[in-house]
Design a binder for this molecule. Structure first.
Ligand SMILES: *[C@@H]1O[C@H](CO)[C@@H](O)[C@H](O)[C@H]1NC(C)=O
Ligand SMILES: *[C@@H]1O[C@H](CO)[C@@H](O)[C@H](O)[C@H]1NC(C)=O
Length: 342
């Protein structure tokens, strides 16, 4: 054989080998269809923040670390949704508590840390004293499309927290500046209140849907009970794909959903801090009276975890004020049925 032919044969063999190796690699890859991920996924409300959360997971962080990173990023990308001065509630599922039998005896708890500042923040909003979206206004001027918005105060705040940790927020200059700022809006919160703040941990509420999917959600003053009320009403209608098959069925199904959401949302005024059961109605503005200090304000935040008997899991939550519970209910409602068909 000539050198040319040998060369050709070698190249051909190499080519075939490469194709085989590629096929083996592709075929032995675990299949990850849409909504299925091998290790984990992070979906924040912007791609930038999702990527930051995912990178935290990849570098060995926990789901809670990734959630916090995503939240801090969101305070930059979507500052109207999230920020260091707001409240936060986590629903945490600890798989290592039941590593082998994580199907029916999951431990779930929600760590609630609504800061006092959340209350002050809401009071400032409801008094109308302070609310112009910094994203479209720079002082008195509207930003042009594509123009970069700079927020030096937020930059300094995040830098201080990155360098000095939580003490910068609760005790340091940021805490002092915050107390000073909200005092001007009528708050009685002191730096001592900030320093004494402790996150609370309590058990999540749970219900089981269709004897198949357990839903974990935070209890009052968060929206878990309202969400569960809606899901339990809808469970009775046994909605499935055929429920939307004909125009007549569609009308009936959407009517039922609308009614369930309506009756659920009517219960929202009852979401108050159980530790302050004789509280006044929360419909109006929130007052910062000394007697109510420490009471957690009602919130529609409803981070939820759905776990099916087959081990499928949906972790869901989101920003959106008055829309949160309805939106969460709609996504949760789809999940148990899609799982049941697997
Ligand atoms: C999960 O539970 C285990 C066992 O109780 C505990 O050691 C671990 O700290 C928990 N993890 C988290 C993130 O709470
Ligand atoms: C669900 O809630 C009940 C209390 O209503 C509690 O006894 C039970 O342990 C919870 N189940 C899970 C799986 O956490």
């Amino acid at each position: 054989m000539s050198t040319g032919k040998i060369c050709c044969l070698v190249l051909l063999t190499l080519g075939v080998l490469a194709v085989v190796v590629a096929l083996v690699v592709i075929l032995t890859q675990p299949k990850c269809g849409p909504q299925h991920y091998l290790h984990g996924a992070v979906a924040a409300d912007s791609e930038t923040c999702s990527v930051i959360g995912r990178d935290i997971l990849k570098s060995g962080g926990t789901a809670v670390d990734a959630a916090i990173a995503g939240l801090i990023c969101t305070s930059v990308m979507n500052p109207q949704s999230s920020g260091l001065g707001g409240g936060v509630v986590f629903t945490i599922y600890n798989a290592s508590t039941e590593p082998c039998n994580f199907v029916s005896y999951q431990q779930s708890s929600s760590a609630t840390c609504i800061t006092l500042l959340h209350r002050a923040h809401m009071a400032m909003h409801s008094s109308g004293a302070w609310y112009t979206s910094p994203l479209i206004c720079d002082g008195q001027r509207l930003l042009e499309p594509g123009e970069t918005f700079r927020w030096p105060a937020l930059q300094q705040t995040l830098k201080a927290v990155a360098e000095n940790g939580a003490t910068a927020f609760y005790e340091g200059q940021i805490g002092q500046a915050l107390v000073e700022d909200i005092r001007k809006a009528g708050s009685g919160i002191s730096l001592e209140d900030l320093q004494a703040y402790k996150a609370e941990v309590s058990s999540a509420l749970n219900i089981t849907l269709n004897s198949h999917t357990t839903v974990f959600s935070p209890g009052p003053p968060m929206g878990g009970a309202v969400l569960m009320f809606i899901l339990k009403i809808l469970e009775e209608y046994k909605l499935h794909e055929a429920s939307l098959a004909t125009p007549k069925e569609k009308v009936e199904t959407y009517h039922r959903i609308a009614e369930a959401l309506k009756f659920g949302n009517m219960l929202k005024p009852h979401m108050s801090d159980p530790a302050f059961s004789d509280t006044q109605s929360h419909k109006g503005s929130i007052t910062l009276s000394a007697s109510a200090l420490g009471e957690k304000p009602p919130s529609a935040m409803v981070p939820s975890i759905l776990i099916s008997k087959t081990g499928d899991m949906l972790v869901i939550g989101g920003a959106g004020g008055a829309w949160i519970i309805s939106a969460t209910a709609m996504v949760s409602e789809q999940e148990p049925h899609s799982n049941a068909s697997h």
